[in-house]
Every structure is written in C-alpha cells, then in structure tokens.
Design a binder for this molecule. Structure first.
Ligand code: GLN
Length: 605
C-alpha cells in the first residue's frame, strides 16, 4: 500500500477535499486502484449530530455511516463506496482507546496520547486502507488520506504526530505528502505572495512532516520566479510545485493537475513510475468542457431551511448538476427559504414573501430536500401544494416526501390538522409517525440509516421506468419518521400511489401522482449515489420533466435502441441519451448502471 497524505495550510476552505479527490482521479487514470480516508480532528464521534449550517451536509454511506461531506467528493470522483471507518475522528479514536483501557488491554500501563492514541491512529489507517472500495477484490494500490483542518490547529496535533511516525513506519517510497497552501495577490502591488506558504511549510516541518509536493491555490497560474522562490525556501523541487488556479468548474482540477505533471511527481515519490500508465482523462476533459458550454438554463427551486449555505445541500446540488448535464441544460438553482413562503412572512415582510413566491413560480421544477425540525415546514407544504396543483415537476426527498403526504392529506382528504408527529405530537391525523426502531433520547446514530431495499409495487410508474424497469433498488436512508402505515389505504384510495415499499410492504419508500407530469416523493436520499457519469434516476426524471424530455428519457432508461437514439437526436428531443446495460430485471442499485452518452462526438457525462 502506498499513501498520499494531503494537508492544508494558511487558511481553511482552500478546496483541500476537491484537491485530494482530484489526485485520486489522476492516479486512477494512471491505472491504479485508489481508496481514501478523511481525518476530521473534531471530538464528535461522527458528523451525524452536527448542524449542516455549521459544517455542511451530513453524507450517508451504504453501511449507515454519517460522515463528512468530503467522503461524498471521494465517492463521486472515484466512483467508489466507502465505509464509516474511512472517516476518522478524534472521537472515534479516543473511544476505541478508552474501550480498550476499560477492557484491561493496557493493564498496568499509563494510557497516553503518545504512544496509545498515536498508535491507534496508525493502526486504524493501516486497517482501513486495506478495505476494497471499488467493487473489486483485494486492497487498492494507493490510499489518499486527507487531514482536515489547517496545520497548527491544536486538535490535529495527535494526528500530525501519528502521521509523522507513520511516514517513517511505511518507509521512503511509500509515502507522499502533498501540502495545499495559498498564494494570495495583494491588490496594491499585484504580486503573488509566497510568505504564507513559507510559514505554513515551516510549521509542517517543525511538526516532523516534510512536503514532497506543494499545491498552491491562487487566482492565476504561478509565475516562474514565484515558483523558484517557493522551491528555494520550502526545499521542494520546482517540478513538484503545482498551481491550482481558479477554474470554471471542479472537473477541470484533475486536468489541471495532469497538465502540470502532478502525477509524475507523485509517482516518482511513490516509486511507481514504471508501473503506472499515462493518465487517461478523456471522459473528464469532455465533461469539464461540456459543462462550460451549456447555455440553455433549467431552473430548479430549492425550498429548504439552510438556503444561505450551499454546502448544506452539496450532494443534492451535485445530483441536480449530473442530471442537468445529461439533459444538456445549464443548471440554475433558485434558493427559496421555506419560511419566506409562509403567511407570517407575508404579514411581516411582504416584499420578501413576494420575491420568494416569484422565484418559486418562475421555476421549471421544485425540489424539497430532507430536513429536521419544524422551521419552514409550512412553507415546504405550500411549495408541494403549488407544484401539485400547477403541474410543476416536483421531487420531495425524505422530509420532502413526508410534507407532500401531509399536504395531500390536508388538501385532498380534508384532514385539516394532518401532520407529522415530529411537528405536532398530539395531531388527530398523524400521517407521518415515529418509527419503532428510532430513539427519542439518544440522537447519535439512532435513525434508520444506510442502504435499504425498495421494491417496486407496479411496473407502470415513472420511477420504475427511470430506474430501468428493475424489481428493486437499494438507496441510502436517514430518518426517524415514516408515513403512517395505517393511513395508506385512505391515501391511496384518494389517488396518492405508493409505488415503492420496503420488504414488509408496511414502509413507504416512493410515492407518485399518476395524473401529474412528475410528482415524486422518496423516503430515501437518492442524491448520495449520483455520479458525474451516472446521474441518479429520480433527479434525471426531475430535470428531464422540467425541460420537456421526460418521455424520451423514460423510454431509453431500460435499454438502448440506436434507431430511437438517432431519431431523438435528429428531432432534438433528447440530446443526451440514457443508456443502460444489463437485463431489465436486474437491480439498478440505486442509479443507472449504464452511462449517459451524448451525440456524435461521444461525450460521456
Ligand atoms: N425529520 C424527518 C425524519 O426524521 C426527515 C429526515 C430527513 O429528511 N432526512 O424522518
């Protein structure tokens, strides 16, 4: 196993996660198998209890791990499936050491940060790096480790110490340190400043780690004399200094690294020079260029709680983007704070209310993402009602599905007080209720989490077609409440179809309104399994419906017919082509197994 450690200096928010994922992509393009580990030096055991507003979205893995959103970047960029142990936190490490101490494993010893915590970190890394994550047997060739935070943070000290020891333990030729830093330009002089990077490299060295590669974030490419200066003062060869200058979309980053021969530098440090091939990044190149070229917009209103911070809904945004590119549209997300749609806003700040409704009404499609707590719930219900009554394509995810049920019960069944017991524990019409396996006293890791199976109840529905006419799909979950099984008959009799259920048939997973162009609600989170080349089926459905391509996309989700494909392209209904491998009855595993292809020049998005 070879290790690439990615650290960050100077300031946070440099895009270390995207850089580390892009290094992974580049190495994968050289023919290597790549896995990854993210270290978060905070004390929380996992990201599950952290507010998306403070820390960005909580990403959910197949095994139910609630992890840092950077793991989502790794899964999307490398098309892998990680485990909860691929996210190391201080909380997890201390918990494992304290458990061992209580068991008596250190009997007689004083348990200390060095060596016990630092040993536990190294053992954890070595163990987790060996877990196969790409569907193949055996361990990967390279493990990319990203150390969260910035060099100098107090809480990352045990990790730095452990990684310093680790580099010595695995020996030269097996460990490569990439330090991501900032080279700012001061407006007055217009000169690229190297001092912050010099300082952060000095800090790194002082802690026992020597950078092999410097990845410098800057607005423009580094000037040669700046590189020379950095090389001289940081003791890193100029060939090992790459610039991550601003680009139009993140898919350019692996290309940027390749163009500056970052792979050659890394492979040399890792003694893999003769083993790896030249990087093949044609698909990435075409995707990055295509993304820049798109002009015709598709406008999606995101009706959520944390609309001020796009990281709160990162995977949803990525899934929308993957689907938009497949439909050859430029994605425009209209952020609509759910509370702004409510009557109280109309009274207090009518302008805000009007602006929010204008945004909603101007959208081609409406998405209500997952959420917790009752703030903005009424606004989300109003958005679902608007979409239902005005035939606007709608996708409700998790809470978004639950509020669609509440809205239907109120409007169509006439149950005025219909609600979720999450928001009104005493409601007389509880159409969404607490799940028996949840916990109301312990918040960490007590939801229905991770990959669960949904069985289609009928074949003639939009979601089954979009998934490629499969019998079942596996998607990731994160919820404590569910549609009340005792109200299903009443809701179904009134026209709300639950077309996907779990294996017991008592848990509702997918709802649809047949009479509506596209009204879909899902208890799971399809966004977590969307990939750049394989958009999630239901996001593709939303975007396709929003730009008038749904019929064509559904027709081609199950199989490919060259004649139909040519027809679509010549009459312009479907520039992108849904293309699925495998037989109709095979499971889709939550996303289209095949890829989406573009027209004649073979663009693969
Ligand atoms: N709050 C709801 C529940 O716990 C929805 C959760 C979500 O949207 N992820 O069931």
């Amino acid at each position: 196993m070879k290790y690439v450690l990615v650290t960050g200096g100077v300031v946070s928010g440099l895009g270390k996660g995207v850089t580390a994922s892009s290094i992974g992509v580049l190495l994968k393009a050289c023919g290597l198998r790549v896995t990854s580990i993210k270290i978060d030096p905070y004390l929380n055991t996992d990201a599950g209890t952290m507010s998306p507003f403070e820390h960005g979205e909580v990403f959910v893995l197949d095994d139910g791990g609630e992890v840092d959103l950077d793991l989502g970047n790794y899964e999307r960029f490398l098309d892998i499936k990680l485990t909860r142990d691929n996210n190391i936190t201080t909380g997890k490490i201390y918990q494992s050491v304290i458990d061992k101490e209580r068991r008596g494993d250190y009997l007689g010893k004083t348990v200390q940060v060095v060596p016990h915590i630092t040993d536990a970190i190294q053992e954890w890394i070595e163990r987790v790096a060996m877990i196969p994550v790409d569907g193949k047997e055996g361990a990967a060739d390279v493990c990319v480790i990203e150390l969260g935070g910035t060099i100098g943070d107090i809480e990352s000290m045990p990790f730095i110490e452990a990684l310093g020891q680790f580099s010595y333990r695995v020996g030269p030729g097996n460990f490569c340190l990439v330090h991501v830093s900032l080279v700012p330009v001061l407006n007055v002089v217009g000169e690229q400043k190297t001092k912050p990077t010099q300082h952060s490299v000095r800090g790194l060295r002082g802690l026992g780690l020597t950078p092999d590669i410097l990845a410098c974030r800057s607005a423009k490419p580094l000037e040669e004399n700046v590189k020379d200066k950095l090389s001289q003062f940081c003791h890193v060869p100029a060939a090992n200094i790459v610039t991550l200058y601003d680009v139009s979309n993140i898919w350019h980053i692996p290309l940027l690294l390749r163009d500056q021969k970052a792979h050659e530098a890394i492979l040399k440090v890792l003694n893999l020079h003769g083993v790896a091939r030249k990087p093949l990044l044609d698909e990435w190149t075409r995707r990055a260029e295509l993304c820049d070229m798109l002009q015709e917009p598709v406008r999606i209103a995101m009706v959520g709680k944390y609309t001020g911070l796009s990281d709160s809904y990162l995977s949803v945004l990525k899934a929308l983007l993957h689907a938009s590119i497949a439909c050859r549209r430029k994605l425009t997300v209209e952020w609509v704070p759910a509370t702004d749609l409510e009557d109280t806003t109309a009274k207090e700040t009518p302008d805000v209310y009007k602006a929010a409704w204008n945004l909603l009404k101007g959208a081609d499609g409406i998405l209500v993402p997952g959420g917790f707590g009752d703030r903005g719930v009424q606004g989300k219900i109003l958005a679902a009602k608007y979409a239902r009554e005005n035939n606007v394509p709608f996708l409700g995810i998790c809470l978004g599905m639950q509020i669609a049920v509440i809205e239907y019960a109120r409007s169509i069944l006439g149950l005025q007080d219909a609600n979720s017991t999450e928001f009104d524990p005493d409601t007389k019409s509880p159409c969404v209720i607490f799940m028996p396996e949840g916990s109301k006293t312990h918040m960490g890791g007590t939801m229905r989490l991770g990959s669960r199976r949904t069985y289609f109840q009928v074949t003639d529905c939009k979601s089954a077609k979009l998934y490629g006419n499969v019998n079942y799909v596996d998607e990731r979950h994160r919820h404590r409440y569910e549609v009340n099984p005792d109200m299903i008959t009443e809701l179904e009799d009134a026209g709300l179809s639950f077309v996907g259920k779990d294996e017991t048939g008592r848990r509702m997973e997918i709802l649809e309104l047949h009479s509506h162009p596209y009204f879909v609600g899902v208890q799971f989170h399809p966004e977590f399994k969307s990939r750049p080349g394989k958009p999630s089926a239901l996001f593709l459905g939303l975007i396709a419906a929003a730009c008038g391509q749904l019929e064509a996309v559904m027709q081609h989700s199950g199989h490919v017919s060259m004649v139909a494909m040519k027809n679509c392209m010549s009459n312009g209904t479907l520039p992108a082509k849904a293309y699925r491998n495998g037989s109709a009855n095979k499971a889709a595993n939550g996303s289209l197994n095949g890829s989406l292809y573009c027209n004649g020049n073979g663009v693969h998005v």
